[in-house]
Design a protein around this ligand. Sequence first.
Ligand code: TYF
Ligand code: FE
Length: 397
Amino acid sequence: MSIDQTPLTGQERLAELDLDQLRQLVGLVEHDGDGDPFPVIGWDAVVWAVGNATQAAHLYQAVWGMELVAYSGPETGNRDHHAYVLRSGAVRFVLTGAVDPASPVADHHRRHGDGIVDIALEVPDVDRCVAHARAQGATVLVEPHDETDAHGTVRSAAIATYGETRHTLVDRSRYTGPYLPGFVARGGVTAGPRLFQALDHVVGNVELGHMDEWVGFYNRVMGFTNMAEFVGEDIATEYSALMSKVVASGDHRVKFPLNEPAIGRKRSQIDEYLEFYGGPGAQHLALATTDILATVDALRERGVEFLSTPESYYSDPQLRARIGHVRVPIEELAARGILVDRDEDGYLLQIFTKPLGDRPTVFFEIIERHGSLGFGAGNFQALFEAIEREQERRGNF
Ligand code: TYF
Ligand code: FE
């Protein structure tokens, strides 16, 4: 099978993205999916449990430029919680917030603060994925089942991953509704320009000594393969205080870096996350854009705070030699604190927000790829030093 036959997810079609654009945006590679034990089409949704979904939905529209497309809540017969479905390009967020004090959403929020409960994937065959996952020892949280309304039928199931995080597996090939049965279409405030187009990767933080276990989980259960990029023992203790390996679906549509703490000079940023999240969970989401300058300018104007990059990063005479020619003058990157990295395939531009919520846990990365299939390894030192400066401001020494 050539890459041109790789199916698009419903969200990607809705965003009018084609495979060439996706290849550029998120670094797709050619892959013959015929032998996949657990075929994955792509990302379906990132489901959050937050303290106030009604206000968060407003924030993701007004600040992050997302579009409200669907809703479930007391008015639609869901007395447990509100759920707002938001879209930006191919990215779908579902924000849930408890109405009923006894809601599981309230429990999740009490334990973890605002966080990600579900990294849902679109698959062509839910039953086949679940059978393979079960045979490989995965915990099946929700058995395959159909849900139907006037728009058709969705078949789904859910398996457990790190911490209290789950992967719902969704087959929406027989469904035309705005999200899932039980949801109604709903518009919101007029969205401004779209600030991001696709989800590039979702990073998981796991406990010390468990990273390889989770790499093995994704290898066995999902047939994901290891990508070259990793942060090993050698540099881990020097400055990063973490170790990291990356697993990806066959065509790299879905990429999961996995971090564990390393014993370094200071308390690891991963330990800080694990303490405040109350265990393993999703740490950052990388949002892909074709114009990181405009995206960062719009977000800054609306009050989003990014990690600062020291002036020395840009004045370093090695930088120009390391990165070669990039599409914008370095001064434009320096003015915004955008990091740049080059590898054998091309380069990428990236920047990281400060934690999004009240706990020092989940944050976003904005990424603009130009051929690079990596994660910014050349920036790890500058990045991890910036994260440590923020940790110190929070009282971590
Ligand atoms: O996803 C990645 O691997 C990069 C680097 O706490 C990174 O974005 C890794 C860990 C971390 C922040 C960034
Ligand atoms: Fe990242």
